[in-house]
Design a protein. Sequence first.
Length: 450
Amino acid sequence: MGSSGATTEVLTAADAEDRQRRAAGGLLAAGAAPGDRVALTATSGADLLCTVLGALRVGVVPVLTHAGLLPAERQELFDDAEPVLVVDDAAMARILEGPAVDLAPAPLARPMHYTSGTTGRAKGVWSGLLDESEAVALLTEEVELWQFDADDTHLVCSPLYHSVSIRWSGATLLSGGTVVLQGPFDAERTLRNITELRPTTTFMVPAHLHRCFTQPDLPDLGGFRLVAHAGSPCPEPLKRAAADAFGADVLWEFYGSTEGQFTACSTPEWLERPGTVGRARPGRSLSTDADGTVWCEAPGYARFEYWRDPERTTSAWRPSTNPAAHGEFTVRDLGRLDDDGYLFLVGRRDDLIITGGVNVYPAEVERVLADVPGLVEVAVFGVDDERWGQRVCAAVVGDVDTEAVSDFARDHLAPHKRPKDVRLVDELPVTATGKLRRNVLADQLFGTGT
């Protein structure tokens, strides 16, 4: 048990296979069919992981949402996804008693996650169903890139509603390895599990690394063969500390999004080019527009669309000259490529805030806070934070008290979306054409850039 009271579970490939077969059978018996969506609200853990993987291996698509969402926030997403089942802990227990069924060798889809943007309305990222050869190709890309095999024990540090947790756990189990699930992240418990269970791989967002390295007694961390970080920019001192602790040949970084994966970067490559997020993953290529928008050419099995939003889907894809590719996609991040193809990010899409590795979209928060009585205007932005990478802040205009704004946020927004600082201002900074200059607010109000 860790200091937060959560139980650590050790899941072997054999145990997981049995649970996946029964979970898939239970979902099919409950009325789900290939292509249907099933919303999972059950507690994160081995049963949830096996239910997700079992569903995917019969073509049922799990809808995974942030565990901290308030009921009204979650219901808005479910109204859009139209799942045939909503599976809580009690329902999942029944599903896991289902009849065992045969499974495809690899997931036949990706889970459906929700992402927002400039509109403030979250949209599902939908991969559609893959045929078996595409499914195997998608899994093989992950396995070959990270060299997962039966000797691996993967330590899960991020929640299972994060796509990387499902990808890496699934790839480990389907390679014959073992997965350690430890509930909500707790640095003390994580370090104890590293010492006692000797995992070989893990993924952490920079906030996790920071919390581990600020523990008073840091154990030997040299037993890993692979530690990766992503999700938010990693400060250079933290990156170098992680390289020293885990080993420069062990520590990797990658750049990706809910929609798809772009790059991978070893620490020796990063040390030669500090600040890079690496080169394109195998089988993909990168390019940038004149304005710096980053595009990734992707194979057909990496396709996606925005659920029931053809206009947004069309804007995310463009044809490529490679007939073997599905096309090129973008998530509107900005960057530059050096002569050797290494990508350096210079701006995030839609004024995205990444706090503790979780994406927060200002427009979504602003849409909710606009209903605060007396509030005339609001601008949400990120401020650099040593622990979280960025923290969510808000500037408000109107006959309103900042405490009232914070109280309203507590009632209507999940914790990760709530502004940690609210400042009352006379007016918001805008350009000559009236466009909000969101990027200057952090410096104006806090004396620091984003």
